[in-house]
Design a protein around this ligand. Structure first.
Ligand SMILES: C[S@@+](CC[C@H](N)C(=O)[O-])C[C@H]1O[C@@H](n2cnc3c(N)ncnc32)[C@H](O)[C@@H]1O
Length: 218
C-alpha cells in the first residue's frame, strides 16, 4: 500500500513505459510499479550504499528467484552519472530544489527529450523549481497540491510540451481544486514573510512557539 503522497505520484507515471525512480530510498513506488506490471523496465536509483543494500534484501525477499531483467537496482549518483533516461517517466520525489536541478541538468543536458515525463515532488521552494524548469524548456502536463505532515506540497508532471510553467499555480486545465488551495496560500504567505524578515529564524521561532503553546502575541 502506497502512502497518499506516493499514490499521487504513482498516478502521474506513464503506463507501459520505462520508469526511473531517482532517489528511490525505500523503493516503494518503483516496486509497486514493477509488481503491478505498470512499467517495465523499472530502474531504482539511489546514491546511498546503505539504501541500495536494504533494497536488494527487500527484493530478494519478494522475488526469491530474482525479479528478472524488468527490475534494475542502480547504485549511482544521478547528479554525476548519466542514466540514459529516454521515453517513460523519471520520478524525483522527496529531494531538495538544487538536488533536483543538478540531476535534471546531468540527465537532460540538451533539455527535455520527447516522450519523457518528469514527475517532481520537491521538498520546498517549488516556485523556484518551476522558474528553473521553465528556463530549461519544460512544460506542464499536470500539477496538484497534496497534504503531507501538516504542509501542503506541490506535485508537478512536466514534459517537452504542455502548458507554460508559470512560477505559481497555473490558471489552467492542469490545476485541480481539491480544497488545499487556501492552506497552500496561507503557508506561502508565511514562508515569504519569514524569508523576507531581517530576523527570519526568530520570527519563525516566535510563531512556532505561539502556535505550539498558545503564547500571547505581543
Ligand atoms: C528523502 S529520500 C526520498 C525517497 C523517495 N523518493 C520518496 O519520495 O519517498 C531521498 C533519497 O534520495 C537519495 N539521493 C539524494 N541525492 C541523490 C543523487 N544525487 N542521486 C541518487 N540518489 C540521491 C538519498 O540517498 C535518499 O535515499
Amino acid at each position: 500500500m502506497l502512502s497518499p503522497r506516493l499514490q499521487n505520484i504513482y498516478q502521474c507515471i506513464v503506463p507501459g513505459r520505462p520508469l526511473w525512480d531517482i532517489g528511490c530510498d525505500h523503493g516503494y513506488l518503483g516496486l509497486q510499479a514493477f509488481a503491478t506490471g505498470l512499467c517495465e523496465p523499472v530502474h531504482l536509483v539511489d546514491r546511498s550504499a546503505l539504501v541500495i543494500g536494504q533494497l536488494r534484501q527487500r527484493v530478494e525477499q519478494s522475488w526469491p528467484k530474482g525479479p528478472g531483467v524488468g527490475l534494475q537496482i542502480c547504485h549511482c549518483d544521478a547528479e554525476k552519472d548519466e542514466l540514459s533516461v529516454r521515453g517513460g517517466t523519471a520520478v524525483l520525489a522527496g529531494l531538495g530544489l538544487w538536488t533536483i536541478l543538478r540531476i535534471v541538468d546531468c540527465q537532460f543536458p540538451q533539455g527535455p527529450p520527447k516522450g519523457t515525463r518528469l514527475v517532481l515532488a520537491c521538498v520546498l521552494k517549488e516556485e523556484q523549481l518551476r522558474v528553473q524548469l521553465r528556463r530549461r524548456g519544460w512544460f506542464l502536463q499536470h500539477e496538484e497540491l497534496f497534504a503531507e505532515n501538516g504542509h501542503v506540497r506541490q506535485l508537478l508532471a512536466c514534459q517537452a510540451s504542455g502548458e507554460p510553467l508559470e512560477p505559481f499555480w497555473n490558471d489552467s486545465d492542469c490545476s485541480r481544486d481539491n480544497g488545499l488551495w487556501p492552506t497552500y496560500l496561507a503557508e506561502r504567505r508565511l514562508y515569504f514573510s519569514v524569508s523576507q524578515s531581517s530576523e527570519p529564524d526568530l520570527v519563525y521561532l516566535k510563531q512556532a512557539l505561539q502556535q505550539r503553546f498558545g503564547l500571547e502575541k505581543k
